[in-house]
Design a protein around this ligand. Structure first.
Ligand SMILES: [Zn+2]
Length: 213
């Protein structure tokens, strides 16, 4: 298997599914988010926050207990998005508690857009946060999930391997993607199907032999 461009396996095709998929890491039973530091690394790797915001966030989380609470909040958000995707895939209503968690994070990122001058003749549209709540840094993930749940419902899927926990957004032309990664789950399923076919052929052959004797 090729090395991923960063240590997160971004096969979900979408920020929300990639975040959900951090629950799985082939090398760690606890997944790839094991501390606040890991969550910041994920946010930076996915371009959800820039380097300056990451530095500010690290400062805001320099107190261990604050960092621990923030990390737990990130995991709660991940659980809420996961439950919501599972409900969506099963065409069930989203769980109320999960909706509440996602909306809480979105609320933490409340702010407004402001036109600020960069040079005497050039202007930037900047988003200004009205709170200093570090949960705001998780808002890009919550927003991505909210957009997915609102707009791209039909293409959200769980990997067809029943033992796999990863989800993805199918953006293939045919819309028939079944596996998180062909190399991981697709090939395994093909090998199982092959062995089952072989076993049933062998069984048939054996029963033919049995009849003859
Ligand atoms: Zn899979």
């Amino acid at each position: 298997m090729n090395e991923p461009p960063d240590r997160f396996y971004r096969i979900g095709n979408h920020l929300a599914t990639d975040f959900v998929n951090t629950v799985y890491d082939p090398e760690h039973p606890a997944g790839s988010l094991r501390s606040a530091k890991d969550v910041i690394a994920f946010l930076v790797a996915t371009g959800s926050i820039d380097a300056a915001a990451a530095t500010e966030l690290r400062r805001a989380l320099s107190d261990g207990s604050v960092a621990k609470r923030w990390f737990e909040r990130a995991l709660t958000l991940r659980g809420a998005i996961t439950e919501s995707l599972i409900a969506l895939e099963a065409r069930r209503a989203l769980p109320q508690a999960a909706l509440g968690h996602m909306n809480d994070v979105l609320r933490a990122a409340a702010g407004y857009e402001s036109l600020v001058s960069r040079t005497p003749t050039a202007y930037d549209l900047q988003f200004v946060f009205v709170t200093a709540d570090p949960a705001a840094a998780l808002a890009p993930v919550a927003r991505a999930a909210a957009e997915l749940l609102a707009n791209s419902r039909s293409r959200v899927r769980k990997c067809a391997n029943p033992e796999c926990v990863r989800h993805f957004v199918d953006d293939s032309r045919t819309g028939r993607r079944r596996w998180c990664e062909m190399a991981v789950c697709g090939n395994r399923a093909k090998v199982t199907a092959f062995l089952e076919r072989k076993r049933s052929t062998t069984a048939k052959r054996t029963s033919t032999v049995d009849k003859r004797t």
